[in-house]
Design a binder for this molecule. Sequence first.
Ligand SMILES: Nc1ncnc2c1ncn2[C@@H]1O[C@H](COP(=O)(O)OP(=O)(O)OP(=O)(O)O)[C@@H](O)[C@H]1O
Length: 250
Amino acid sequence: MLHANETMRPKGAALTLRELAFTYPGGTEMRFDLHVEPSDIVAVMGPSGSGKSTMLNLIAGFEQPSSGRILIDSRDVTRLPPHQRGVSMIFQENNLFAHLTVEQNVGLGRSPSLRLSAKDREDVATAIERVGLAGKGGRLPGSLSGGERQRAALARVLVQQNPVLLLDEPLASLGPALKDEMLDLIEELHRAQRMTILMVTHDPRDARRLAQSLVFIEKGHIVATGKTEELLREGAPEALSHYLGGRSVV
Ligand SMILES: Nc1ncnc2c1ncn2[C@@H]1O[C@H](COP(=O)(O)OP(=O)(O)OP(=O)(O)O)[C@@H](O)[C@H]1O
């Protein structure tokens, strides 16, 4: 369904976290060190409360680290506002403005003031079509299903054309069939745009399906990284095996 073309050309950026430190008021310090190669897809796993969302929020610029650096390719984005980082993020839900149509929500990915050129409008329409929402551009998010709303959020990512995409449990509220469709779509988008992807998931099947690499976080630190298959097999580090319970066996 998707093809890379002139307007949506392949790209991805290396992502590096260097001694990135952050502490919530009254919490203990989290510290992240990570390097992701351009266009890799990385699954981020770990127990509830371990810091997965916090790490993504730091990368996106929604939280500020107390020290350390975030590099996207060789650009230091640590102190840049979110919209200047080249990072898109999709959450579990509430990715769309309820009072704006699908078209407008997607258009925001190109212009925050929705001043769109003819070319922008064309790209918005193409993106909406690519995620399978043709004919639904005039709808408000409230009249879409949960899966369709997540598709609209992906269409916005397409027009943003950022080299890094962060997915914070984007499939968690979807049933199994819809989840599969979304995974297919994410794979297709990745083939077309080659963005570097970090995806938080609690489901080892999602990790296996999409991500070559896996990062395991515990208590605010990355305690294991490696190839997804290897880490998910028996013999994974103790903390990861414990977290996975019986689910690690292929
Ligand atoms: N705004 C906040 N203020 C204070 N503490 C917070 C805040 N947000 C998160 N925390 C705490 O920071 C820790 C890490 O939270 P985070 O949301 O990053 O975990 P997570 O791994 O994404 O969890 P989950 O899998 O449940 O979504 C938790 O102990 C959480 O209670």
